[in-house]
Ligand binder design. Structure first.
Ligand code: CDP
Length: 783
């Protein structure tokens, strides 16, 4: 199937919106896990370890089992006996205990499960499960873990807390280039442990039907097909006997990609008891046990000439993975796509290395609105460039413009191995500088500095890497990362499109319908989009890491083009001309050189079932499995203007402008919504959020009074705009966008605060930039 190359003219998919005359065309319907209520349904509650590291001496189920309504109490040993004690993690470096056996390795780890006739009874009985613990030495700091004085995972053959070492680039040449550089900056920075905290927590209804022998799992899953395959591999139940249905999901952000113990215990309980079993996390369980994100301790070194031309980049990272290595990274990329750390800049040479360690914390390292560690990488380089600008006494915008990869350099092979597809970084930053009035802001800042006022301007010009991925490089647990689409057009010209992705509020119901409408000239209002049901959807790897548009979006366009090919035959047959005389123009088939002789796709759909072409099958449908030739590389220029009160440490984001470039835009309103949401998360990460532990391993953010989620009162008013650099290899020219604002914005906020405080000699403050932290930094600088 030839791919129609994207052209600069095809900038926005316009048909759907032009046709409807309503630029705000949005589809959607809702059926959430809460709506799944089955006859004889039982409820699961989990028992959690209060200790971050402790031997489990004894578990006594007696009192819990005696509670009215309790049907079963399940322990780790019960699961081990059923061969369900451990589950594989994503990339095969580790496996994860379902329920603690022998010892608990992080606070709130799941130790037992209680199944009862009501949620309340299950929770009450869970309190009656008596577990005797013997506390052990606790390690919450990866720099302590690396000394191996206490081994956290003594179940493993290798008696060390070190999980893996990963590196890419040229070590010796980079070191030599750094040593030879006129200027050499080195900055330590942390990307703190955060949690996506989706409004709907994770949950499952597992329903083993004894009659049919089929296991139905209603699961808050971002990747239903992958989850079905994992369940089959772990339980031995053939995939045809497993039906995963992912209902509408109230936010995922990577949190709903892993397999969690609650899913396994609920499934095991349903198989044992023969009744449906429901488990829904409460907020504390979500914040304490399900996948965290980030927790990277990075050191960034940049070499440059005195004129500000970069010469080398080296980034060294210590990663805290918690007690199991459950990081959601593709198999061949243990540190995800951290190799994008050279960002938008033309470094002649670069090297990055990373060492990951176990600690007594919950496992994770999920791709929280992030293409597998691209957020950490963007933060490192965008902070690093500002540190360099500060050292050189150079304007950070000027430094960036001087070092950007130029548009004529694309496709651009980066020194760390990626080939960037397209971009125009100069145009995007120049648009941002013009739109925000950068010159005026710098003049205002200079005036304010004279008056002793602290105002900062922070820039982040990130490059993203999304669309995992080309199957030759990307797999999760061996399953190749392509995606798929199946389109059926009904006789009256309406249709259905199904994909292997599963949105969690990103609006695929709208944008997928638009792609079909655009490619086939049909009404998007009558294209039903269905995702998340493994019985009906073609196989695909799901929705996370902004992969849906780059991968499934391509599959939809190409499936639609297959339909168009077939429709052309039908058009020729109905219009009684040769196929060579038929052309697709203005969303219909026309006979070349015969004005007025044409046929619409709606008419062809009817003919496909009533008057099919003699040399083709009846019906009008197609399936396409799309294996993208490359990743897509969206980019953006973000500018934050922040006022800092040096007396109190209070920060106020006065303005924030985001110019994004995600190639061809399918739906501008959805893209804008994605940017607003991601910026709000980036703002929360920069200023308020951190999952913290005390030295004894106590989790300090177990609910929303301790882990803050911004409301409309704190959230700044976002200003957004875009540039369009189509992806040359994507069938629509589109790149992903969902994660860009979360990836790009933290550095802009921190750069602005540091810029405000730079007259005090401050060069860096680690996130979150709480009032107390900023105040302490100011006091230390003044002292
Ligand atoms: O994988 P995920 O859906 O989270 O991310 P995405 O591919 O970046 O898409 C997020 C939403 O923005 C979807 O509804 C996309 O179709 C839409 N989008 C768009 O309209 N135009 C683009 N160039 C990229 C995404």
């Amino acid at each position: 199937m030839p791919i129609t190359p994207a052209t600069p003219e095809r900038h926005a998919i316009g048909l759907a919106m032009k046709r409807k005359e309503d630029p705000r065309f949005i589809q959607g319907r809702g059926r959430y896990l809460d709506d799944i209520v089955l006859p004889n349904m039982l409820f699961l509650a989990l028992v959690h370890s209060p200790y971050p590291h402790a031997r489990i001496v004894k578990i006594d189920k007696t009192d819990a089992l005696a509670m009215p309504g309790v049907k079963a109490v399940i322990t780790g040993e019960d699961l081990v006996a059923a061969n369900l004690g451990w589950i594989p993690t994503f990339h095969g470096y580790d496996k994860q205990m379902v329920l603690a056996v022998g010892k608990a390795v992080f606070q709130y780890q799941e130790v037992a499960g209680v199944v009862a006739t009501s949620r309340e009874a299950a929770f009450d009985a869970a309190e009656l499960v008596e577990v005797e613990y013997e506390p052990l030495e606790v390690i919450v700091d990866p720099f302590v873990a690396m000394k191996d004085a206490t081994i956290i995972r003594d179940d493993r053959e290798n008696k060390t807390n070190h999980i893996y070492h990963w590196e890419v680039g040229k070590r010796d040449e980079t070191n030599a280039a750094l040593a030879a550089s006129d200027v050499h900056i080195s900055g330590k920075m942390e990307f703190q442990r955060v949690h996506p905290a989706p409004l709907e927590t994770c949950g499952i209804v597992a329903d083993m039907n004894g009659g049919s022998g089929r296991l139905t799992l209603y699961l808050t899953s971002q990747a239903p097909h992958a989850h079905r395959t994992v369940v089959s591999l772990v339980t031995g139940i053939p995939e045809d006997k497993i039906h995963v249905i992912s209902p509408d999901i109230g936010g995922g952000f990577g949190n709903k990609v892993p397999v969690y113990p609650g899913y396994v215990v609920a499934t095991a309980a349903s198989v044992i008891l023969g009744s449906p079993v429901k488990w829904v996390e409460n907020r504390t369980e979500n914040l304490t046990t399900s996948g965290f994100a980030r927790d990277y301790h990075m050191n960034v070194e940049i070499g440059a000439t005195t004129a500000g031309k970069v010469t080398a980049l080296k980034v060294t990272t210590v990663a805290d993975h918690g007690a199991f290595d459950a990081a959601a990274d593709p198999t061949k990329y243990p540190a995800g796509m951290f190799g994008i750390v050279t960002g938008s800049y033309d470094f002649p040479i670069a090297f990055t290395e990373l060492d990951a360690y176990f600690t007594n914390k919950a496992p994770g390292g999920i791709a929280y609105r992030c293409s597998f560690r691209v957020t950490e990488a963007s933060y490192a380089i965008e902070r690093g460039m500002d540190m360099l600008a500060q050292r050189l006494g150079m304007d950070p915008a000027e430094l960036r413009l001087k070092n950007f990869v130029k548009k004529e350099q694309f496709p651009y092979p980066s020194p760390l191995g990626f080939v960037y597809d397209s971009g125009d970084y100069h145009r995007t930053l120049e648009k941002a500088l013009g739109k925000i009035g950068y010159g005026d802001l710098r003049r205002e800042q200079a005036e304010k500095r004279k008056r002793g006022e602290y105002m900062g301007i922070g820039i982040s010009t990130f490059t993203e890497v999304v669309g995992a991925g080309p199957s030759k490089l990307f797999d999760i647990m061996g399953i190749k990362m392509f995606d798929s689409a199946e389109i059926r057009i009904h006789p009256t010209g309406s249709g259905i499109v199904r994909t292997g992705t599963r949105h969690q509020g990103q609006g695929h119901e709208t944008t997928w319908a638009q792609i079909v409408a655009e490619e086939l000239g049909l009404d998007p209002q009558n294209i039903l989009v269905e995702e998340g049901d493994t019985d009906t959807a073609p196989y695909g790897l799901g929705t996370y890491a902004s992969r849906s548009t780059p991968v499934a979006g391509g599959a939809i366009a190409l499936a639609a083009r297959k339909i168009r090919e077939k429709a052309k035959k039908i058009a020729a047959h109905v219009l009684e001309v040769s196929e060579d005389d038929i052309e697709w123009e203005d969303y219909k088939f026309k006979v070349s050189g015969v004005p007025g002789k044409s046929i619409t796709m709606k008419e062809i759909a009817f003919a496909a079932y009533t008057n099919p072409a003699p040399d083709s099958e009846p019906g009008l449908e197609a399936t396409f499995y799309y294996d993208p030739p490359n990743l897509t590389f969206p980019h953006g220029a973000y500018i934050a203007v922040v006022d800092v009160d040096a007396e109190t440490g209070e920060t106020k984001v006065r303005r924030f402008l985001a110019i994004d470039d995600c190639g061809v835009v399918i739906n501008p309103m959805i893209v804008e919504g994605q940017i607003h949401g991601g910026l709000t998360e980036g703002f929360a990460i920069a200023f308020m959020q951190e999952i913290r532990f005390d030295a004894s391993g106590n989790h300090l953010n177990t609910n929303f009074t301790e882990y803050l989620v911004p409301t409309s009162l704190e959230t700044p008013a976002w200003e957004t705009d875009n540039t369009v650099t189509p992806s040359p290899h994507h069938p629509l020219g589109a790149k992903g966008v969902g994660e860009s604002p979360n990836v790009g914005s933290p550095a802009a906020f921190v750069n602005a605060v540091v810029d405000a405080l730079s007259p005090l000699g401050i060069t860096h403050i680690d996130m979150p930039l709480t009032r107390a932290k900023v105040w302490h930094a100011i006091q230390a600088a003044k002292a």
